[in-house]
Design a protein around this ligand. Structure first.
Ligand SMILES: [Zn+2]
Ligand SMILES: [Zn+2]
Length: 281
């Protein structure tokens, strides 16, 4: 059975039509894994032909709001549609992400109480699994023939931030999370089937924001030219660009992402993604 990778959101913090918040769905048979859950992720999972209730696990890369605002929606959507009394398993690096997961349902305690009273169904809390983020690849989740590895990336001052690598019998997909171009992702992604990577066009971002200080935001994101050079070395089967900053407003601006990646040196298969773009391997 193939492994399918679907980009559930290509957006970043600004609200842009048709670009949901950060997220990647990886499916291999009954194993369904979601990585990050930004704005509208639950909806996109359904549009991808799956459902939050089918998730085997939700993994977070870091605690920036554009990666976690949709988590509660995914949790409730999973619980309300599951026939069993099991809630979602959430996996994240120890620190701010785990503190967020532990507190996220508190504002909903009265809603939960009413629902439980009305339905007579118990509300099982999500299973929260924290791990210590490390520079070396570490296995953080495993079931049957699917394994998820994590390692730290460079998104300072947002620490920890991690990338994930999902290994199935079909091959491997690497999800960068938010990071500047770094050796850790390059090493993680070497020869993988799919590399899902964030990307940032610094000059275009500064020009659009009309604020010279905006350039500093580029310090912790992935410059297109450097990413093109890294992808040439890592040589993934396909490079899927997501978390597009600044969000392309037309085909010309979308092509600029590709042009700059090519100038960086990458000649392999490349997709400047829209929401729900998918690849199988
Ligand atoms: Zn982000
Ligand atoms: Zn971030």
């Amino acid at each position: 059975m193939p492994t399918r990778v679907t980009i559930t959101g290509t957006g970043s913090p600004p609200v842009v039509p048709h670009r949901a918040g950060a997220g990647v769905l990886v499916e291999h048979g009954d194993t369904v894994l979601q990585f990050d859950a930004g704005r509208a992720t639950a909806l996109r999972i359904a549009e991808a032909g799956s459902h939050p209730a089918r998730l085997s696990g939700l993994f977070l890369t870091h605690h920036h709001s554009d990666h976690i605002t949709g988590v509660v929606d995914v949790i409730f959507s999973a619980w309300l549609n599951r026939p069993d009394s099991v809630n979602l398993t959430c996996v994240a690096p120890n620190g701010p992400c785990i503190r967020f997961l532990n507190r996220m349902l508190e504002p909903y305690d009265e809603d939960l109480a009413v629902r439980v009273h009305h339905s007579g169904r118990a509300y099982p809390a999500p299973v929260i699994i924290g791990f210590d983020a490390t520079a070396a690849p570490t296995a953080v989740w495993e079931r049957d023939d699917v394994r998820v590895l994590s390692r730290t990336v460079h998104h300072h001052p947002v620490d920890p931030a991690v990338a994930y690598r999902v290994e199935t019998p079909d091959g491997a997909v690497v999800i960068s999370g938010d990071t500047r171009v770094c050796d850790e992702v390059e090493d993680f992604a070497r020869g993988c089937d799919v590399l899902v990577h964030e990307v940032f066009r610094v000059d275009a971002f500064v020009e659009r924001s009309n604020d010279p200080t905006a350039r500093t935001i580029g310090d912790y994101h992935s410059d297109t030219f450097a990413l093109g050079a890294m992808a040439k070395r890592a040589d993934p089967g396909v490079l899927m660009l997501t978390h597009l900053v600044p969000a392309p407003r037309n085909l010309d601006e979308k092509r600029q992402f590709e042009a700059e990646i090519r100038q960086g040196g990458y000649e392999g298969q490349l997709i400047v993604c829209d929401d729900l773009d998918a690849m199988e391997f």
